[in-house]
Design a binder for this molecule. Structure first.
Ligand SMILES: [Cu+2]
Length: 238
């Protein structure tokens, strides 16, 4: 038992020596390694840091150099963007205004709507079959300047907005709302003025009074809108 215990003690001592050796030799080595690595890392860091900072500086310089042209570019871009946007808006407004201005104008003081009604080939202002609507404020004085631009005789008359289209003119839905020679039709180049008082409200049609023309599609919608502050003319909203 004592021998065994001595042997076991030696073995234990040798184990502990190995353990010490491992602890003393290996740990310092590892520590040195770690130190080397740290140094290497520290050496690597300073070299990588300047390169990083140089890269950063380079990037910053590049960013600055791109920023310097960029602000003018940015300034130029919005400046260049705004005019097209304005132009687009102006272009969007102008045709509408021009289209409105070409066909209809309004004098608020006298509540007078002036409308150009141009007869073309079985059409009015390029529209057929109620494809366009003239809307006017209530009780407005409506002045329709009729222009006959087609080789076929045409006329114009305000007809009812309800029921079947009239085959021919001669019975206007609003007093005096018709051209001369409403059934016979006016020749090409003729001009005529239709002047009448609009009622408070209502839906009518502007038709050609020459027999068969309205039925063939020569008519527009005409509305008196109690809520309308100004007249409008354009494609009929579906
Ligand atoms: Cu006609």
């Amino acid at each position: 038992m004592p021998t065994q215990s001595a042997a076991s003690l030696r073995a234990g001592a040798s184990r502990s020596i190995v353990a010490i050796c491992l602890a003393a030799a290996c740990s310092p080595h590892q520590a040195a390694r770690t130190a080397e690595e740290r140094t290497a890392a520290a050496d690597a860091q300073p070299t990588s840091r300047p390169s990083d900072s140089q890269a950063t500086l380079g990037a910053a310089a590049a960013a600055e150099s791109t920023k310097k042209p960029a602000p003018p570019a940015k300034k130029a871009a919005p400046a260049a963007e705004k005019p097209p946007a304005d132009r687009a808006r102006a272009a969007a407004e102008t045709p509408t205004a021009a289209a409105q201005g070409d066909w209809v104008s309004y004098d608020a003081g006298s509540n007078t709507v002036t409308f150009k009604l141009e007869a073309g080939p079985f059409s009015f202002n390029g529209f057929t079959s109620g494809g366009a609507t003239l809307t006017v404020p209530p009780k407005s004085t409506v002045v329709m300047n009729f222009v006959q631009n087609d080789g076929t005789p045409h006329s114009a008359e305000v007809a009812s907005g309800e029921g079947p289209l009239p085959n021919s003119g001669g019975d206007p839905a609003i007093p005096r709302a018709y051209t001369n020679k409403v059934v016979e039709g006016l020749p090409q180049g003729a001009k005529g003025v239709i002047r009448f008082q609009a009622p408070d409200s209502g839906t009518y049609r502007i038709v050609c009074g020459v027999p068969g023309h309205a039925l063939s599609g020569m008519w527009l919608w005409f509305k008196i809108d109690p809520a309308a502050k100004t007249p409008t003319f354009g494609a009929t909203k579906k």
